[in-house]
Design a protein around this ligand. Structure first.
Ligand SMILES: C[S@@+](CC[C@H](N)C(=O)[O-])C[C@H]1O[C@@H](n2cnc3c(N)ncnc32)[C@H](O)[C@@H]1O
Length: 269
């Protein structure tokens, strides 16, 4: 539900030129508004200031994997197809705490927050912790955790690096859900990742579907502060929920908008 009155359906969207931009350099907000969804282009914290309450959040933030979008120079840490994902770890964890805190203030139900453990043995990891692992619990431990779900990705494309290959991620359900539809899910979800459909790490629809199914009713509003190409929104619309999304990158914003419009017209057909 939006607090501000919307005046235009398409508010003059700018072309994308975001390669390698730091997440802190947010643009003023553009938004694209339809009856069942609103897509904002801009920083999620600015969007959180703009919106009223939502019923559920399903999201996956940048993981701070020390990757930079391609086109930003000759460094071997530039990756084709990536968005900026390279902050000092201490700043990154502080930022994530701030985002989760803001989400909990706006969400009347549960926040589903996807992340993974990252090994931090490399010398470039200046923010040392005794375990040499950056674990999501390091920045989530002060929040009210309702459930921890292991996302078993049914395989891996990762390098061994002298240890078993990583094939799981975590989904933290933060905050008590206001409704609970018991679907007999356990805390291990075996769901293969989707093939790249314009984004290097888009959600599989099934993962989003379960979060929405368990904790919302038709007509409720789902929010994703890191929308990417809009998987959370597309699933929300298919399930008869409303959606609000925020995405910093112009190309992903446009892909999300197209996907959401396609889902909307499929429903109308
Ligand atoms: C892991 S991806 C999300 C993918 C998404 N779940 C999907 O299915 O497409 C994280 C996204 O967050 C975006 N992003 C990074 N910083 C942001 C910020 N401050 N506000 C909004 N979006 C941001 C990135 O551009 C990227 O598309």
């Amino acid at each position: 539900m939006l607090r501000c009155k919307v005046t235009s359906e398409n508010s003059g969207l700018r072309a994308s030129n975001d390669g390698g931009k730091r997440v802190s350099e947010a643009n003023p907000l553009d938004r694209f508004v339809r009856p069942a969804f609103t897509m904002y282009r801009g920083d999620c914290m600015a969007v959180l200031n703009e919106i009223d309450t939502v019923d559920c959040v399903v999201t996956s933030p940048p993981y701070n994997l020390n990757k930079r979008a391609s086109g930003g120079g000759s460094s071997k840490m530039n990756y084709e197809g990536w968005y900026f994902d390279d902050m000092p770890e201490r700043s990154y964890q502080g930022w994530q705490r701030m985002v989760v805190d803001a989400l909990l203030q706006k969400c009347t139900g549960s926040v589903f927050y996807n992340h993974r453990i990252r090994y931090a043995w490399h010398n470039r990891n200046k923010y040392r912790v005794p375990s040499n692992v950056y674990h999501p619990m390091q920045w989530l431990q002060d929040f009210p955790l309702w459930a921890e779900i292991i996302w078993d990705r049914r395989g891996t494309t990762g390098h061994a690096n002298g240890r078993p290959r990583l094939s799981d991620e975590r989904i933290y359900q933060i905050g008590k859900p206001k409704v609970f539809h018991d679907m007999w899910y356990t805390t291990v979800w075996q769901i293969p990742p989707t093939k790249n459909q314009g984004h290097v790490c888009s959600f599989p629809e099934e993962l989003v579907r379960r979060c929405i199914e368990m904790t919302t009713n038709p007509g409720d509003t789902v929010f994703d502060p890191f929308t990417g190409i809009g998987t959370t929104g597309v699933v929300a619309l298919k399930m008869g929920r409303k959606f609000i999304g925020a995405e910093l990158d112009g190309e992903y914003f446009n892909l999300a908008k197209e996907g959401l419009l396609a889902a909307e017209s499929d429903l109308a057909a």
